[in-house]
Design a protein around this ligand. Structure first.
Ligand code: NAG
Ligand code: NAG
Ligand code: NAG
Ligand code: NAG
Ligand code: NAG
Ligand code: NAG
Ligand code: NAG
Ligand code: NAG
Length: 661
């Protein structure tokens, strides 16, 4: 697709010439899968340097690998070199746990197409696998895949005493790097809390861009702990200045964002122009290009502190134990743009919260000065939602107009969305069979476009940026013109929301099954790509009319996961869309996937483009998912093409709709 090609060209343009080494991502985790990046750094300049001096880092690991001698044996290096370079007192000096030791590797050479330095390891106990040896013993300096490829041993049938070849990752500078004055490449092991900036500082101010280039990374790429990354060095490395970090299990890592337009070179304001359709030029600012890193919650060391940032003043609503009248007063001062209602006003507007005014759950319809508004009753601390919504001004995000604090409850007053939630339109109408309440093609595209517009705003246009975290069909409301507005910011997180200016990676996974991406379910990782995943599911729902997760009685087909107690299968729409877009007979599969309520009234080519975007959005690897800004551009194009599609038909359709409900 042209746009994807465009963004690829664009990325190459901003990152300049990169052809260096590819970062392993988290591919080293999947031993059975054969990702080439997991096999090693490719020999890309065999003529200039068949072997070279290189360096790796290793974190002191008591009780076995915490002296220069034992580390040298493990890594097949020279203990004297290690002692001298790191200024240890002797080859048998005890190195405090987790100290970063720089290990010189004299002969990094090419074998089998990969740069490496061979060490050997004798399997010590029955619970060691290639994965634990690579990840835990060698701390990520090798991968199980490289070990599988280079050992004749069957990795599934190892015995104690097996002598295993360990291909350690190292690399030699390319001709381009040499020309730029780079003499050595050091393999550094990423840990919790590292960022491109912190790594730059650790190695005496190495240019961040040169680190990115050396690993073919963009500033927005997520990097993972226990993976190697290359640091290009112009001089021999020196002892690394880190105080030993305690060997306690790491606190949940966090992913802060560099401030938009800040001083860091890994952080840019970029504008990209993309020509769309006939004469339509969309300028999309990929501003606030987010820089995602892992960060440690507790910072032991100044060097990994993020750059200072300006956080907007926060409104804290005390918890219920505190005095509510005082807090209401505090909020009144802080939020001048919001109306603070008296409880009596809400009672009057909602007819004393009469049942017939109840929209859904704890949301009531009220009339304020002749206009409808929604009143949502919330218990406890809702400062999060208020803090976010008070600073947001976007037509596709539900507007908070005021609030009231009364007897331990907070009443939030929102703009009213006449047409209810998207899930009502897509999913419940199936039962009521009201023909007027079926969304037409153009409306569906418009809704997807509106939601992408809102997410783009949240991710890229406000400071601090927000991740919605709970995007789903029932959190998308439709106004009188069937334009979408996203709501329910109860789970939204600022990407620098706590006192350290950092977002914690959560161990407390909440959300809606079917919309949550794998990295969130497995690791609690929160990035904007989480919303992109949910957007992909939402687009799939708009296309198919099916729910994010459907449960059906088990048939003989084995593929979907089986529930243990009953014979039911959970079908994830995010998996289904991949089946539709991939493989053969895409047309037939897509036509079968599309919502029957559309009665075939949709342009198949555009439906395919939508399905394709949705499929990219739900990629299992978050780095394979597009940025929401890119999705927004594609949806804009589909929307403008849909405008041209069969207008007379659509006009009739939308007329009947505007009288519906
Ligand atoms: C990985 O692929 C290579 C060739 O592409 C093959 O020789 C090797 O056996 C594969 N390894 C695994 C574990 O599939
Ligand atoms: C190396 O260690 C010694 C003491 O062990 C110390 O006096 C010296 O300053 C250190 N050198 C460097 C460069 O840190
Ligand atoms: C490693 O390099 C040294 C010189 O630094 C050389 O004498 C030795 O033969 C090399 N070993 C291998 C295995 O290439
Ligand atoms: C593996 O077994 C050894 C003892 O044989 C034990 O010390 C070690 O903790 C075990 N490792 C794991 C990961 O279970
Ligand atoms: C890899 O090793 C690190 C450090 O020992 C450990 O914290 C982490 O859990 C390991 N990863 C896996 C997937 O076991
Ligand atoms: C490393 O070991 C592998 C497997 O034993 C071998 O094929 C390769 O030539 C060795 N490489 C070096 C540089 O010694
Ligand atoms: C393991 O093999 C390597 C070479 O492949 C050899 O240098 C080393 O001595 C062996 N280790 C043991 C304990 O046999
Ligand atoms: C290491 O720390 C010392 C003092 O703590 C400082 O003088 C020195 O410049 C630091 N070196 C680097 C490379 O940051």
């Amino acid at each position: 697709m042209l746009l994807w090609w465009w963004s690829a060209v664009f990325l190459m343009f901003i990152h300049g010439s990169r052809a260096q080494q590819t970062y392993v991502d988290n591919k080293q985790l999947a031993c059975e899968e054969n990702a080439t990046t997991a096999l090693g750094y490719v020999c890309n300049s065999p003529a200039t340097s068949p072997t070279c001096q290189s360096y790796v880092t290793f974190r002191s690991q008591p009780p076995l690998y915490n002296t220069p001698s034992s580390i040298a044996t493990l890594l097949h290096s020279n203990p004297n070199d290690i002692t001298a370079l790191n200024n240890f007192s002797s080859n048998s000096a005890t190195i405090p746990a987790n100290t970063v030791v720089v290990v010189p590797i004299r002969n990094c050479s090419c074998s089998g197409g990969y740069y490496q330095h061979n060490a050997s390891y004798v399997r010590q106990s029955g619970n060691e696998t290639f994965f634990t040896i690579a990840n835990n013993t060698y701390e990520g300096l090798t991968t199980c895949q490289a070990m599988i490829t280079q050992n004749t041993l069957d990795y599934r049938n190892l015995v104690v005493g097996d002598n295993i070849t360990i291909p350690l990752r190292c690399a030699c500078p390319t001709a381009t790097q040499t020309a730029a004055g780079i003499r050595y490449l050091l393999t550094y092991l990423i840990t919790w809390g590292d960022t491109f900036t912190s790594m730059s500082e650790t190695f005496g101010g190495v240019d961040v861009q040169s680190i990115l280039d050396a690993n073919e990374l963009s500033p927005t790429h997520v990097i993972f702990p226990f993976t190697p990354i290359l640091i290009p060095l112009t001089t021999v490395p020196t002892r690394i200045n880190t105080s030993a970090t305690p060997a306690t299990p790491p606190a949940p890592p966090t992913i802060p964002v560099a401030p938009s337009g800040g001083g860091s070179s890994s952080n840019k304001w970029v504008f990209v122009g993309v020509g769309i359709g006939v004469g339509l030029l969309l300028i999309v600012s990929l501003s606030g290009f987010l820089v995602w890193f892992f960060r440690r919650r507790k910072i032991q060391n100044q060097r990994i502190l993020p750059p200072a940032k300006h956080t907007p003043p926060k409104v804290m609503i005390p918890s219920e134990s505190k005095s509510w009248s005082v807090s209401s007063e505090g909020i009144r001062i802080a939020i001048e743009s919001l109306t603070v209602y008296k409880y009596a006003e809400l009672q009057k507007a909602t007819g004393d919260f009469r049942e017939e005014n109840r929209v859904k759950g704890s949301v009531y319809r009220g009339i304020f000065n002749g206009d409808f508004a929604a009143v949502k009753i919330m218990k406890g601390d809702v400062s999060g939602e208020i803090n976010i919504l008070k600073q947001i001004n976007h037509s596709n995000i539900i507007r908070l107009s005021g609030f009231c604090v009364h007897q331990g409850n907070t009443y939030l007053v929102y703009e009213f969305a006449e047409n209810g939630s998207l899930s009502d339109w897509l999913h419940s109408t199936k039962n009521t069979k009201n023909k007027d309440s079926v969304l037409g093609w153009k409306q569906r595209v418009q809704i997807a476009h509106d939601v992408a517009d809102a997410l783009n705003y949240l991710h890229n246009f406000i400071t601090p940026p927000y991740v919605h975290k709970n995007l789903k069909c029932s959190n998308v409301l439709l106004d009188s013109n069937m334009r979408a507005k996203i709501t329910n910011f109860g789970l939204a997180r600022s990407v620098d929301d706590n006192e350290d200016g950092e977002l914690q990676l959560t161990r407390h996974v909440v959300g809606t099954f079917g919309y949550m991406p794998p990295e969130y379910i497995e690791n609690g990782l929160i990035t904007p790509k989480m919303d992109v995943f949910a957007l992909g599911v939402l687009i799939s729902e708009l296309l198919s009319g099916k729910e994010a997760t459907t449960t059906t009685a088990a048939t003989t087909t084995g593929s979907p996961e089986k529930d243990e107690e009953k014979d039911v299968v959970h079908v994830q729409l995010s998996e289904k869309i991949k089946e539709v877009v991939g493989g053969e007979n895409v047309r037939e599969k897509l036509a079968a996937f599309m919502d029957g309520d559309l009665k075939g009234e949709y342009p198949l080519e555009l439906a395919y483009s939508m399905a394709e975007v949705a499929c990219k959005c739900v990629a299992a690897d978050l780095n394979d998912r597009p940025h929401v800004a890119e999705v927004f551009v594609v949806l804009s194009k589909i929307l403008s093409s849909s405008e041209d599609w069969d207008p007379s038909d659509e006009l009739e359709h939308s007329r009947s709709l505007s009288h519906g409900r």
